[in-house]
Write a protein that binds this ligand. Structure first.
Ligand code: G6P
Length: 702
């Protein structure tokens, strides 16, 4: 989905070539999120001049365009602000015009990059058109750029600073945004602000910062008077016109405050660089010191300082934002020796599952400690119901672990797709525990469902990969799955780590139950071996590649059958195949086979059956028999030496043998051949594995 990258240097000399390559590299690190066009804005050769470059396609296309422009790359800027963007189209087709940055006017007085959707853009556009603004794109974003200019002109005589201006603009916007604003009226400065769309700021200075936090600056009475429209529940167009944009700033001497963190000992301004991004992966190579913005924060970067403003003070709100140290390493977001991120991430699973368990499971004492949940374990145990809410692969990890959580906790579990849960306005009560599972921690549907549950007083728990993400911050408690950055759009290592984190949650919740001790110990012993068993499964890679080459690559459709624990595996396998190979694939509950799906079975349709040993194995064997009786020729994922159909006539059946583990963990192993199969299907069909068409890694729009 859309990505934002901004770069500000203050008293750190950079030539234009260096600035451009910082921007382009920053955008490349965001490519994995999925996008269709990109663009950037930098200062021009003359004062008050801004260059905007935009291109459809990969960042490489933007790079080619920039290189073809004969820009003076040696021109040195002591202080400079630049913004850049990768766009995933929501309003208006991918085109250079619709790509960001968007501008206020042909002279680029204000330029904007934006993630999210401005829901009242039609009203704003109509208002601005009535004031003479000429719109050139089909996007919602353009109205923000034009609104900036309109508000600036209305208040020109008041000498607003950039953050004051931004406040006046932002109170008029409805919807979601991560936003950077650059203006010729505020050279070297940037406004960065968010509402429902992530944004973080990396800080790089030679000298150590005086504080590891930044104070939040609240308005004084004078400024509060400006933002009266914000108190209107739904500012109508008329209200916007009458009360909002035209509302004057009551005469004030606006001043720049000084940030304690950036104040230098000797009072001399400190050289500094700022990297603003929607995602830590584009910042980590420059600095590990980052500040995560919260919703409605307005960050104002100028003169080597970072200020956080808010339109109004609210009770219980934190008055500081901490500058944290990212633990992510650059090599974690590089492909290394692998051809694709997805391949690397599949092969990382022996380590990523260990990282999920590290410091949490004591295999000697057979105990599980989840620090992020410990204060809430009793409350969760007392809850009347656990509602698990997620989208896509994360939803499948909930389905895969629902049975074991229910078995160990004896609490009824409901598993919900976030969008459907919201569509139904499903009842939620104060004694419910709502568990939100998300790799990115930013998925819009899951976020909205979280807000819905928080509003209803339920306890909310996050099972999230991305530290500092919205879901991890807005839930009461939770577990980071610690799988490391996942770049491939098709989720692989996050699935197995979510799976294990959820099993650990079940173990932690049930450690007061003596009757469950033997079962818990069996699972913990299973977890102790899971990493080495994943390594064994990964050795099937060559066999799977051959199988895909010889019989699957040219197929149009594929069925996956599973039941019990393996139904979730079938669904997840089918999703992987659809996502990256674009082949129709369907995960079918084996018990439902005879209720319709059997009509599809013939000698041509490829069918994969998850037939590892558990209590439902005899029933799965009978499904295999039914398929064979209809001339089907299934591929079986079964345990080593445990061929489900052993009659001589069936010797021709193809198998992928995986090690056996405890029933509730078998899905961790069984999904891996399917991940590899989807990978090879995509590679052999010549598809872009890491950036499948039409999909995004982090879906931040509803
Ligand atoms: C998108 C991604 C999927 C992912 C889903 C949920 O659709 O392409 O891979 O499973 O979002 O994302 P989340 O970050 O909430 O796990």
């Amino acid at each position: 989905m859309c990505g934002i990258f901004g770069y500000v240097n203050y008293l750190v000399e950079k030539n234009r070539g260096e600035i451009l390559s910082t921007l382009l590299e920053g955008l490349k690190r965001l490519e994995y999120r999925g996008y269709d066009s990109s663009g950037l804005a930098i200062d021009g050769d003359k004062p008050n001049e801004v260059f905007i470059e935009k291109a459809v396609g990969k960042v490489k296309e933007l790079e080619k365009l920039v290189n073809s422009q004969n820009l003076d790359t040696s021109k040195v800027f002591e202080s400079h602000s630049a913004i850049a963007h990768t766009r995933w189209a929501t309003h208006g087709a991918p085109s250079p015009l619709n790509a960001h940055p968007h501008r206020s006017d042909p002279t680029h007085e204000f330029v904007i990059v934006h993630n999210g959707i401005v829901t009242n853009f039609r009203e704003l556009k109509a208002l601005l058109m009535s004031k003479g603004f000429v719109f050139e794109t089909e996007t919602d974003t353009e109205c923000i750029a034009k609104l900036c200019k309109y508000v600036y002109e209305l208040n020109k005589h008041r000498n607003l600073d950039f953050s004051q201006l931004a406040k006046l603009v932002l109170v008029e916007l409805q919807g979601a945004y991560g936003l950077l604003i650059k203006s010729v009226h505020y050279p070297g400065e940037v406004i960065a602000t968010r509402k429902g769309s992530p944004l973080l700021i990396g800080v790089k200075t030679d000298k150590k910062l005086k504080m590891d936090f930044v104070d939040v600056e609240f308005p004084d009475i004078t400024v509060e008077a400006v933002s009266t429209t914000d108190t209107l529940p739904n500012p109508s167009l008329l209200q916007v016109a009458n009360n909002g944009l035209l509302n004057p700033l009551m005469g004030s001497d606006l001043r720049h405050s000084q940030s304690r963190a950036f104040m230098s000992e000797d009072g001399v301004p400190m050289p500094a660089e700022f990297f603003i991004a929607s995602d830590a992966s584009s910042v980590v190579e420059h600095t590990k010191k980052v500040l995560f913005l919260e919703d409605d924060d307005i960050a104002h970067i100028y003169d080597g300082e970072l200020h956080i403003h808010r339109v109004r003070r609210q009770d219980g709100q934190s008055t500081t934002r901490s500058i944290q140290t990212l633990e992510m390493e650059l090599n974690e977001i590089m492909k290394g020796n692998y051809d694709h991120f997805m391949q690397k991430e599949i092969f990382e699973q022996p380590e990523s599952v260990i990282n999920t368990m590290r410091g949490r499971i004591d295999f000697d004492t057979k105990t599980v400690t989840l620090g992020g949940l410990s204060a809430y374990i009793q409350t969760i145990r007392r809850s009347r119901r656990i509602i698990m809410v997620a989208c896509g692969t994360s939803y499948h990890s909930c389905l895969a672990t629902r049975t074991i959580i229910e078995e160990l906790t004896e609490i009824p579990i409901v598993v919900e797709l976030a969008s459907d849960f919201l569509d139904r306005r499903s009842p939620v009560f104060r004694d419910d525990t709502c568990v939100f599972v998300s790799q990115s921690g930013e998925t819009a549907d899951s976020m909205l469902a979280l807000q819905y549950c928080n509003e209803r007083g339920a306890l909310t728990v996050g099972i999230v990969n991305t530290v500092g993400s919205s879901i991890s911050r807005q839930t009461h408690c939770g577990v980071h799955i610690n799988a490391g950055p996942e770049i491939g759009v098709a989720s692989t290592k996050a699935y197995t780590s979510q799976y294990i984190a959820l099993v650990m949650m079940a173990l932690a919740l049930s450690d007061d139950s003596i009757s469950k001790t033997a079962r818990r110990h069996e699972i913990i012993d299973g977890l102790a071996k899971i990493s080495s068993q994943i390594k064994t499964v990964l050795q099937l890679d060559d066999k799977i590649k051959q199988m895909v080459t010889s019989e699957l690559v040219s197929q149009k459709s594929l069925l996956l059958l599973g039941r019990g624990y393996q139904f979730a595996t079938a669904l997840e396998g089918a999703l992987k195949i659809k996502e990256i190979s674009y082949m129709h694939s369907e995960g079918v509950l084996a018990g439902e086979l005879k209720h319709g799906v059997l009509a599809l079975v013939d000698e041509d349709l490829p069918i994969i059956v998850l037939a590892t040993k558990d209590s439902l194995f005899p029933k799965v064997v009978s499904s295999v028999e039914q398929v064979i009786a209809r001339k089907g020729n299934p591929i079986l994922i079964c345990n080593e030496g445990e061929h489900p159909v052993s009659r001589p006539a069936d010797k021709s059946l193809r198998t992928l043998e995986v090690p056996a583990t405890v029933d509730c963990l078998q899905g961790v192993l069984n999904v891996i051949p399917l991940q590899l199969m989807s990978y090879w299907l995509a590679v052999l069909n010549g598809h872009n594995v890491d950036y499948p068409r039409n999909l995004a890694k982090s879906v931040t729009v509803e």
